[in-house]
Ligand binder design. Structure first.
Ligand SMILES: NC(=O)c1ccc[n+]([C@@H]2O[C@H](COP(=O)([O-])OP(=O)(O)OC[C@H]3O[C@@H](n4cnc5c(N)ncnc54)[C@H](OP(=O)(O)O)[C@@H]3O)[C@@H](O)[C@H]2O)c1
Length: 164
């Protein structure tokens, strides 16, 4: 089972503030949809709520919470990252996509072998951060730059990192 993280982070690793993203980047939303389509997506309960408490269509949605009776239509509920990965494995998926947020990335980081990082080329203040990707531990295997334009306030790069 390949455990992948999918994240968009500023240069200083900020990923969110007040339970929202720090940018609106339509090309990144499209990229995210393409990468995760038909696959299992795993998220913390707060990230699920930040997306309007609705499952992402066309994907197996798994939400992590400690709340024993929590449920939501179209959602598989688990109480740990390991249980989420185990569920995806039982369902015979070859890759599982951890899609945030900060608490869940922190737990999943050491288990992950791949990171789909959209690096937003700006220094931004957030209240939620992604761990530092250490060059000694991770290799950058793909890097595609995108310029800012009228729909994208910041330049950004699609990066694929693989654990060395
Ligand atoms: N830029 C990006 O790519 C990206 C992606 C996703 C999210 N975000 C941003 O990240 C922020 C949300 O992140 P967050 O760190 O506040 O929350 P989060 O990681 O989405 O969810 C946290 C919740 O997950 C559950 N949880 C955490 N650790 C657990 C454990 N060990 N066992 C069981 N359940 C556990 C708890 O749910 P209960 O409280 O229900 O028990 C906890 O409150 C928002 O600003 C969002 O916009 C950014």
């Amino acid at each position: 089972m390949i455990i992948s993280l999918v994240v968009a982070a500023s240069e200083n690793n900020a990923i969110g503030k007040n339970n929202q993203l720090l940018w609106h980047l339509p090309k990144d939303m499209k990229f995210f949809k393409n990468v995760t389509w038909a696959m299992p997506v795993v998220m913390g309960r707060k990230t699920f709520e930040s997306m309007g408490s609705k499952p992402l269509r066309g994907r197996k949605n798994i939400v992590i919470t400690r709340k024993p009776d929590w449920k939501s239509e179209g959602i598989s509920v688990v109480n740990s990252v390991d249980a989420a990965v185990a569920l995806a494995n039982e369902l015979h998926y070859k890759e599982v996509f951890i899609i945030g947020g900060g608490e869940i990335y922190l737990i999943a980081f050491e288990r992950a072998s791949r990171i789909y990082m959209t690096r937003v080329h700006a220094e931004l203040e957030g209240d939620t951060y992604f761990p530092v990707i250490e060059r000694n531990d991770w290799a950058l295997v793909n890097n595609t730059a995108n310029a800012a334009d009228e729909k994208h306030a910041y330049p950004f790069s699609f990066q694929l990192w693989e654990r060395r």
